[in-house]
Design a protein around this ligand. Structure first.
Ligand SMILES: CC(C)(COP(=O)(O)OP(=O)(O)OC[C@H]1O[C@@H](n2cnc3c(N)ncnc32)[C@H](O)[C@@H]1OP(=O)(O)O)[C@@H](O)C(=O)NCCC(=O)NCCS
Length: 173
């Protein structure tokens, strides 16, 4: 598998892969996530390409100046357990390292047991932190929170990998 920055011709294929891998949620705009990540120097989307099969894996990687973050790690279901996920994570680690950031982390839904096993096998450890979040309504005036006012109706939904900025468990800052 060759790993390189996702080609613009492969955006639709990446979105389809995220869908097939169960990483999309109706309340997140995965296409916008993808475009934003490819815009600036502090993030990218890596594609894993196989001769004959095309795009078989993705990972979004970036940093916030303090920590490196990985989202949308996905391997085509037809190509799992061949070491491609491991290779994608190594490429993410290399990207973060090259940007001078000393730690990489990610968030994983607690019920994503397979991914947890995968990451643990790579040496990732669960951090003893709680991730807090608040959804912002872009383009609207959000009143200061008072008795729940200003909360988005989806705020109580289960947080998921691409929903939380910064996929895995843990934020040690
Ligand atoms: C998680 C995922 C990326 C792993 O990709 P993969 O290419 O199958 O992983 P690899 O072949 O590199 O696996 C490396 C090792 O991780 C472990 N591993 C991989 N998948 C595992 C699983 N479902 N359960 C337990 N361990 C697993 C194994 O030790 C494996 O080595 P082995 O095959 O020799 O036993 C893939 O299953 C996937 O796309 N899942 C859906 C999307 C997702 O949940 N992404 C993570 C979001 S946080």
């Amino acid at each position: 598998m060759q790993i390189r920055a996702l080609a613009s011709a492969d955006h639709a294929a990446a979105l389809a892969l995220w869908e097939a891998a169960g990483l999309t949620r109706p309340w997140n705009d995965a296409g916008a996530d993808l475009r934003r990540a490819l815009q600036g120097p502090e993030s990218t989307v890596l594609g894993g390409y196989l001769d004959g099969a095309g795009l078989v894996a993705t990972a979004m990687v970036g940093h916030d100046g303090h920590r490196g973050w990985v989202y949308y790690l996905a391997v085509d279901p037809a190509h799992r357990r061949r070491g491609f996920g491991r290779h994608m994570m190594a490429a993410c680690e290399d990207w973060v390292h090259r940007h001078g950031i000393p730690k990489i982390q990610l968030m994983v839904r607690r019920d994503n047991v397979g991914a947890l096993g995968f990451y643990e096998g790579l040496g990732y450890e669960v951090s003893d932190v709680t991730v807090l979040g608040r959804r912002l309504r872009l383009g609207e005036q959000v009143p200061a929170t008072e008795s729940g006012q200003g909360q988005h109706p989806e705020d109580d939904r289960d947080g998921t990998q691409p929903d939380e900025r910064g996929p895995g468990e843990g934020v040690r800052r």
